[in-house]
Design a protein around this ligand. Structure first.
Ligand code: PLP
Length: 414
C-alpha cells in the first residue's frame, strides 16, 4: 500500500494542468523545427507581434523607479489604504453605483476568488459558474470545501443562456439558503464572451426574486480581462445596476493587476464589494482581513505602490492608458481576424467580444489539439472545446489558423 502522510482531506489532491502540457509539446516542436514554424496559442500572457512578453512601458518605468522601502517593507494586512481607494475607483470608473464599498488587497485575482469562496460559500454546498470556465475556480472551491457546479453559458443562438442560469439557480436555492455565483465578464476566459446589459438585468432580477424569499445571494464578477474588453466606461456601464440592491444581495469583483498592468508575476489584486448595507461591508472587511492573515498575511507592497503612483500622476496615467490601449487593439485585431476567417470558412467559433482567449466547441478536444500539432498549432484542450490564445499569437501567425482548426475538426468529427 502506498504511504500517504497527508491529512485525509488533502490526500489525492493533484493539479491537472492542460495548459502546461500543451505548452511543453509546443516548446519541444519549437526546438525541433524552429520557433518561426510553430504557433503557440497556449500561453495566457500577452506577447507582442515579435513574440516577446508584452510589458506596458510606463508601468515598467514607474515600477523601476520605486525605492527599496517600497519593494521590501511590509504592507498593512488589508492593503495600502491609497491602493484600496484606487482599486475601487478603477473598478467602477464613471459607473460607480449607489452603496457602500469595501476592498481588500489579495494575491492576484486568484487570491480574490479564493477569499470570495472561502467566506461566501457554505462548506459542503455548491458554487455556480458557467460550463465554459477557468479551471482554477474548481480548484479553489475544492480547497475551500465547497463544490463547483455549472450552468450552460450559451443558448442555441450563442447568446447568454438565462433560461439555464435561472433553472440552475432555482434548483440550488431549493436546497441551499445561500449561493455564490461566479461570472467572468467582460471578456470571459476561455471564450471572450461578455454579458450584455439585458443579460445583467435578467441575472439581477433573479437574484432579487430569491432575495425577496430570504435567500442570500453573492455574485462575484471576475473582471480579470476588463481592460481588454473595450473602452473604459463602455465596459463598466453594467456596474451602475449594482446600486440599491437588497441587503441580502452582495456584489463582489475580483480585480487583478496581472493583465491590466502586465504584472502577472507580482501577484497583486483585490476583492471589492458593493452593498446597500453598511454592516455587510464592515463584515466584508473584517472577515477577509482575517482570511488574508491566515493565508499570505500581507501582499506585495511594491506593486500596490506602483498602481497608486500611476493613478496619482495624471500625465503618467494618460501615457499608461494609451500604451495599454495599443496592446488591447493588438489583441482585438488578432481576435477579429480569427472570427472573420471562422465565418468565411464555416467554423463554429464562440462569440468573441474581447480579451485574451477565444474558443471553438469540440466533441473530442484532446484529439483535435493533438491533430493540430501536425500543422504546428498548439492550443489548449478544455472539457467542451479548444482554447486559442489571441493574447500570444501574432496576427501574421493567426492568419489561416481558423481554416486549419475547421479542417482538423472535420477530419475528426466529420
Ligand atoms: C478568468 C480569470 N480570472 C482571474 C485570473 C487571475 O489571475 P491572477 O491571479 O494572475 O490575477 C485569471 C488569470 O489567468 C483568469 O483567467
Amino acid at each position: 500500500m502506498a504511504t500517504s502522510m497527508a491529512a485525509s482531506h488533502a490526500a489525492g489532491k493533484r493539479l491537472k494542468d492542460a495548459i502546461f502540457g500543451a505548452n511543453a509539446a509546443c516548446r519541444e516542436a519549437a526546438e525541433k523545427y524552429g520557433a518561426g514554424k510553430v504557433t503557440n496559442a497556449t500561453i495566457g500572457v500577452m506577447m507582442d507581434d515579435a513574440g516577446k512578453l508584452a510589458s506596458i512601458p510606463t508601468m515598467e518605468r514607474m515600477f523601476r523607479s520605486l525605492s527599496i522601502e517600497d519593494y521590501m517593507s511590509y504592507a498593512p494586512i488589508s492593503g495600502l489604504p491609497a491602493y484600496l481607494d484606487a482599486v475601487i475607483d478603477l473598478t467602477f470608473a464613471a459607473h460607480k453605483p449607489e452603496g457602500y464599498f469595501g476592498a481588500i488587497a489579495t494575491a492576484g485575482g486568484t487570491g480574490a476568488i479564493h477569499h470570495a469562496v472561502a467566506n461566501y460559500a457554505e462548506r459542503g454546498e455548491e458554487v455556480l459558474t458557467s460550463d465554459w470556465f477557468w479551471g482554477t475556480y474548481n480548484v479553489i472551491c475544492n480547497e475551500c470545501g465547497s463544490y463547483l457546479t455549472n450552468f450552460k453559458l450559451f443558448d442555441e443562438a450563442q447568446n447568454f443562456n438565462l433560461a439555464d442560469f435561472t433553472a440552475k439557480v432555482d434548483a440550488l436555492l431549493m436546497k441551499q439558503d445561500s449561493l455564490l455565483v461566479i461570472l467572468n465578464t467582460p471578456a470571459h476566459n476561455p471564450t471572450g464572451f461578455s454579458l450584455t446589459e439585458a443579460d445583467w438585468d435578467g441575472v439581477l432580477a433573479l437574484a432579487k426574486k430569491h432575495a425577496a424569499k430570504g435567500k442570500k445571494i453573492s455574485i462575484l464578477v471576475d473582471i480579470a480581462y476588463i481592460e481588454y474588453a473595450g473602452e473604459k466606461n463602455e465596459t463598466r456601464k453594467f456596474m451602475e445596476k449594482f446600486g440599491s440592491l437588497p441587503e441580502n444581495v452582495l456584489i463582489m469583483f475580483s480585480f487583478s493587476m496581472s493583465k491590466g498592468y502586465t504584472a502577472y508575476g507580482q501577484r497583486t489584486g483585490a476583492l471589492i464589494a458593493v452593498s446597500a448595507s453598511k454592516e455587510v461591508i464592515e463584515e466584508f472587511k473584517e472577515i477577509n482581513k482575517y482570511t488574508s492573515r491566515a493565508t499570505w498575511s500581507n501582499i506585495n507592497r511594491g506593486a500596490m505602490t506602483l498602481l497608486t503612483r500611476i493613478q496619482q500622476d495624471k500625465s503618467a496615467l494618460a501615457q499608461f492608458e494609451k500604451e495599454r490601449d495599443a496592446f488591447y487593439k493588438m489583441i482585438q485585431n488578432r481576435g477579429a481576424l480569427f472570427m472573420e476567417e471562422s465565418k468565411a470558412c464555416g467554423l463554429n467559433a464562440l462569440p468573441y467580444k474581447g480579451g485574451f482567449f477565444l474558443s471553438v466547441p469540440a466533441k473530442d478536444p484532446r484529439t483535435v489539439c493533438e491533430k493540430l500539432h501536425d500543422d504546428f498549432i498548439f492550443a489548449v484542450p478544455l472539457r467542451l472545446g479548444v482554447r486559442i490564445a489571441a493574447c500570444s499569437v501574432a496576427a501574421s501567425k493567426m492568419k489561416g489558423v481558423a481554416a486549419k482548426v475547421r479542417n482538423t475538426l472535420q477530419a475528426i468529427e466529420g
